[in-house]
Write a protein that binds this ligand. Structure first.
Ligand code: ZN
Length: 496
């Protein structure tokens, strides 16, 4: 009879294989599958996901977890793995299956309702479904349990250990300075970036973005890039990570989308090889993951030095931008303009979109806001924080897919990623001298090596909060983010 820990690991490999099958089919569905495959794919994905879930939540897993616990040495990698699996197991088993089933049925219906409501600018027709979705989120929170705030239970599913208090602290710190800086920029003449829009050759965009992500360190021997309508990164092994991008009229769409997804991808590729196919491989949380995509997209990819090296190459590939100098290009790709749509937001205004969503989620969950009054609350907050008001709910509170899927408590992880990207960068700059001077020469390895050592190679070994403390010497805060953004945009807009 082998040790329980080995039996548990065997079970985890089985779960990993089923998870990989689901991920490959899902990736294929979003990139290559012909329309006619939809029905069968839905059937296959549903069955495989259910088989995986049932295998995971079985009593056998619980008893293996309990028996294996006494066999693991304190401080060992096995102990870290057990902690991760126990957390995943608790999340998967605390919710009664009747609630899980009701939610998944409602989500399927809600998605359809949402698509129609958004197309018809008809919030009223979506409100009852959304109301039930928020009620279910409330029930979920009660089952999952929380100490201080109902939101804590929901957020913890996406960002272990994070709380509503953390989010309030984060948004309270950034609200004033960011709203003020955006107002100051809005008083300036608008930057003309119309020359970044055009009918760009798709094959050239593919070549250019692949060259870029390879240059920063994404390993094409262990991954590839394809096209998807909504870009994402996925993978099923350290040796096989898939990026996606999209080609649009805005030249920056593919470029910054590819850099963003490559940031996720390099994090995934950076796990130690002996953790491959185990629960310890991969990113530790959504916030930490997003910190890395934002680092490569914004801090590196939207820096002047980066384009000092790459602009001549871009101009060779796209002669229409050949007459724009580095300064004009740099200002163009860092244009700030409050807009209604989150996914199109610039780096500076992005968090304001998240703040609106977080405050509304909290108010609905605590009963301070009724779902039927959501559009008014939404519009008022956009006016207060971004200085603009949506004319329709379609470009207001109906724009995001998240709530229709029941992903309530998810949004703040985007903002955490933004804050953490600057906080981790500050720590990096203490060890890697003049990283931007390296970029101007096309050198990215010292930066990637540092991130690999400190973040990527740690996989899921520590909790997100522990990892942030270890890497930066302090808990997540807003000061490095505010300092970094303020310095950058004061320079871009030549503000006093
Ligand atoms: Zn991302």
């Amino acid at each position: 009879m082998s040790a329980s820990i080995d039996q548990l690991k065997t079970r985890l490999f089985d779960l990993n294989a089923l998870g990989a099958a689901v991920a490959i089919m899902d990736w294929d569905q979003q990139t290559h599958m012909p329309k006619g495959g939809a029905m069968a794919r839905g059937e296959h994905l549903g069955r495989l996901s259910r088989m995986r879930h049932e295998l995971f939540v079985a009593d056998e897993t619980r008893s293996l977890l309990e028996k294996a616990k006494v066999e693991t040495e304190s401080g060992s990698e096995d102990e870290a793995m057990m902690r991760v699996v126990k957390r995943d197991f608790d999340l998967a088993t605390k919710l009664p299956s009747s609630l899980v089933e009701e939610k998944s049925k409602l989500a399927a219906q809600a998605h359809e309702d949402w698509v129609i409501a958004r197309a018809n600018n008809d919030f009223k027709s979506f409100a009852p479904t959304l109301e039930r979705m928020f009620e279910i989120a409330g029930e979920e929170a009660e089952h999952l349990g929380y100490k201080d705030h109902i939101y804590d239970a929901l957020l913890d599913q996406y960002e272990e250990g994070a709380t509503a208090a953390d989010c309030h602290a984060m948004f309270d710190a950034i609200r004033g300075p960011q709203v003020a800086l955006v107002k100051e920029i809005q008083a300036q003449p608008e930057t003309d970036d119309s020359w970044l829009y055009g009918n760009w050759d798709i094959e050239k965009q593919r070549e250019f973005t692949e060259m870029l992500v390879q240059a920063i360190g994404f390993d094409f021997g262990r991954g590839r890039q394809d096209v998807a309508p909504h870009p994402f990164c996925t993978g099923w092994s350290i040796g096989d990570i898939r990026l996606t991008t999209r080609y649009k009229e805005y030249l920056g769409s593919a470029i910054f989308g590819s850099l963003h997804e490559a940031g996720h991808g390099m994090y995934e590729q950076g796990s130690p090889s002996h953790w491959d196919l185990t629960p310890l491989a991969g990113g530790v949380s959504l916030g930490l993951h997003e910190s890395q995509s934002r680092t490569w997209e914004n801090i590196v990819g939207r820096s002047r030095s980066f384009w000092e090296f790459f602009l001549p190459k871009l101009q060779a590939a796209f002669p229409a931008v050949a007459s724009y100098d580095l300064d004009t290009f740099y200002r163009g790709i860092n244009k700030v303009k409050p807009s209604l749509i989150r996914v199109e937001a610039d780096e500076l205004t992005y968090n304001l979109h998240i703040m609106v969503r977080f405050e509304i989620e909290c108010d609905i969950l605590t009963g301070a806001l009724k779902v039927r009054d959501l559009p008014e609350a939404w519009n008022q907050k956009y006016k207060d924080y971004l200085g603009i008001t949506p004319e329709t709910d379609s470009e207001g509170c109906l724009q995001d897919v998240h709530w229709s899927m029941g992903s309530i408590g998810y949004f703040p992880t985007y903002s955490m990623g933004n804050l953490l990207s600057y906080q981790i960068w500050k720590a990096l700059e203490e060890d890697v001298p003049s990283p931007f001077a390296l970029f101007a020469r096309g050198e990215f390895k010292p930066v990637l090596d540092w991130l690999r050592l400190k973040v990527y190679s740690q996989g899921r070994k520590y909790t997100p909060k522990d990892l942030v403390q270890r890497v930066t010497g302090k808990p997540m805060g807003a000061e490095d983010y505010l300092a970094g953004l303020t310095a950058k945009y004061r320079e871009v807009y030549r503000l006093a």
